[in-house]
Design a protein around this ligand. Structure first.
Ligand SMILES: NC(=O)c1ccc[n+]([C@@H]2O[C@H](COP(=O)([O-])OP(=O)(O)OC[C@H]3O[C@@H](n4cnc5c(N)ncnc54)[C@H](OP(=O)(O)O)[C@@H]3O)[C@@H](O)[C@H]2O)c1
Length: 330
């Protein structure tokens, strides 16, 4: 099979596109013909070595996939050849990745792709929607009628948080960097969309939510906790999920006096049953049209290194060049 893989960690150029032996599905594994594989910031961190993980050699990059079952290993009960599936959480914790024509995946990490949803849309939604679900439902326990603020509502995770928060019945205030991206965030369903560069952003949020926001979702790697806590309602929750090296100051007094909580998580540590439960909701929202993660561009497998460079520039250098997911079509 053709695959995008690495033999050592390093810059995007360490990615080789070439032939590898076809994977053989072991017990409880499913062989998937991958039609789409979305790129996520974690893919670039694993490839560069910034996030240390056990890696098979060669290591196929990529976490997300959508495609079609072509064979099943012993003991696979729910899936059979011809079924369309999507999944995430591959290329992590020693598992092989998904930027390849074929991937052998434990059936517990695969979900049926709803009829009418393309492989590109299913792959684009995968990791970011599971992340948004875990953060809003398991961590923040968002309730209908609460106000959720999303700092960076135009990105992969942010666009999913906006749409899933709306699907859960919340009111949503979100930020984005350009007029076109703010229009897009409004189309995702945000009730109020603001420019994250405005110096009086906190005042604008307080004007839109006079008693404060119940949930502050930070997509950025260097949270401004002074500003975040100033926006929170009593019993408010802050969700953080980025910025491994970040060590920002924290306003302890205002935070505890309001009875707030700070919640951090990584999606890949959620077990298969938890992620499958999230995927069931995500499938319902995909099918009903409530959830559609924007796709910036489609790229062939041969351009996986370029996709990593663009994603890295967006996440680390904040290039603002991306308006949605990069999706590889092997
Ligand atoms: N913990 C986990 O499980 C988990 C899961 C997924 C992702 N992550 C992490 O979450 C982060 C975001 O991932 P992603 O896939 O959503 O990235 P992304 O698609 O590149 O989105 C980045 C977002 O940041 C916004 N942004 C840029 N500069 C900003 C600023 N100064 N203030 C506020 N927003 C700003 C962008 O807005 P514009 O485009 O409008 O400029 C965009 O909405 C990454 O660091 C990633 O590693 C963690």
């Amino acid at each position: 099979m053709r695959a995008a893989f690495i033999n050592r960690t390093g810059p995007p150029e360490v990615i080789v596109v070439g032939d590898l032996p076809d994977p053989v599905p072991g017990p409880r594994e499913v062989l998937v013909r991958v039609r789409a594989s979305a790129v996520n910031p974690i893919d670039t961190s694993i490839r560069s070595g910034a996030v240390a993980m056990p890696l098979p050699t060669p290591f196929v990059v990529g976490c997300d996939l959508a495609g079609e079952v072509v064979a099943v290993g012993d003991g696979v009960a729910a899936l059979r050849p011809g079924m369309r599936v999507w999944g995430s959480n591959q290329g992590l914790l020693g598992r092989q990745g998904t930027c390849a024509e074929l991937a052998a995946v434990d059936e517990r990490w695969l979900y049926p792709t709803p009829a009418g949803i393309s492989d590109v849309d299913a792959a684009a939604a995968a990791l970011v929607s599971i992340t948004a679900h875990l953060g809003l439902v398991r961590e923040a326990e968002v309730r209908p009628g609460e106000t959720v603020f999303v700092n960076g509502g135009s990105g992969g995770v942010g666009s999913a948080v906006v749409q899933i928060a709306k699907a859960l019945g919340a009111r949503v205030i979100a930020t984005a960097g350009t007029p076109a991206k703010r229009d897009a965030v409004a189309r995702f369903g945000a009730d109020v969309v603001l420019d994250y560069r405005d110096r009086d952003l906190a005042d604008q949020v307080r004007a839109a939510a006079p008693t404060g926001v119940d949930v502050f979702w930070e997509t950025q790697r260097e949270p401004d906790f002074d500003r975040a806590v100033s926006m929170l309602a009593d019993r408010g929750r802050i969700v953080v999920m980025a910025g491994r090296d970040a060590r920002p100051p924290f306003p302890v007094g205002p935070f505890y006096v309001k009875g707030c909580r700070l919640l951090g998580f990584v999606m890949f540590k959620a077990d298969a049953a938890t992620q499958a439960a999230a995927a069931a909701d995500i499938n319902r929202w995909l099918q009903s049209g409530r959830l559609r993660v924007p796709v910036d561009r489609l790229l062939p497998l041969a351009r996986t290194a370029e996709a990593h460079a663009v994603q890295e520039a967006a996440t680390i250098a904040r290039s603002t060049a991306l308006a949605g997911k990069l999706v590889i079509e092997p």
